[in-house]
Design a protein around this ligand. Structure first.
Ligand SMILES: [Zn+2]
Length: 195
């Protein structure tokens, strides 16, 4: 284990970054730059505004995004051998806060990945709610992106018996998604009704 004794400075304006030990992402109070603590790299971050009003605790959930590229060479589904399945390129969303159990990571990831929040309004700072600490590293998120892809394959009709594929997930930045907490997390954007 290594302990950093020199405080992390904002690469953009030089201010000292306040650390919350649990949060892998630091935000500069002075200029708003986001820095990923393990590598001290500046990260591209978007914050989306709440679109749905509920009377419960609210937060901004850090969600890692990955440009995902999959090629399926062959797959075998219950005795049938197919030359190709679902391949292609898309953006995978991996929720990275809230100490989520694995099945919740997959559930929220599938909601966001299959219906990306592309046209939601961006804001330039957190309003009326605090961000949840980012707990999953960029590397761990890339592994989860592959896990989510495989869970899609398993959920398709038929019983998947074998798959031969290539997979890559390139980190593409972080989106803070507005969420409510009611025992589980609900997405505070209009297009995701209920859980
Ligand atoms: Zn700064």
């Amino acid at each position: 284990m290594s302990i950093k004794l020199v405080p992390l400075k904002c690469p953009h304006c030089g201010s000292i970054l306040k650390s919350d030990r649990k949060d892998l992402l630091y935000m500069c109070d002075n200029c708003g730059t986001f820095v990923y603590a393990p590598t001290e790299a500046v990260v591209n971050v978007k914050i989306l505004d709440f679109e749905v009003l509920r009377n419960s605790k609210k937060y901004y959930m850090p969600v890692l995004t990955y440009l995902t590229n999959v090629e399926i060479y062959s797959e075998e589904v219950r005795g049938f051998f197919k030359e190709r399945g679902m391949g292609g390129r898309w953006l995978t969303y991996i929720p990275a806060g809230g100490s989520l159990p694995a099945e919740e990571v997959v559930r929220l990831s599938k909601m966001l990945t299959s219906n990306p929040p592309q046209d939601s309004k961006e804001i330039d700072s957190f309003r009326d709610a605090r961000p949840l600490p980012m707990e999953i590293t960029i590397e761990e998120g890339a592994e989860l992106a592959e896990f989510v892809f495989l869970s899609y394959e398993v959920d398709r009709p038929g019983i998947l018996q074998g798959i031969n594929y290539s997979f890559s997930a390139n980190f593409n930045g972080i989106v803070y998604i507005p969420v409510y907490y009611e025992g589980g997390y609900l997405i505070g954007l209009r297009r995701y009704g209920g859980r």
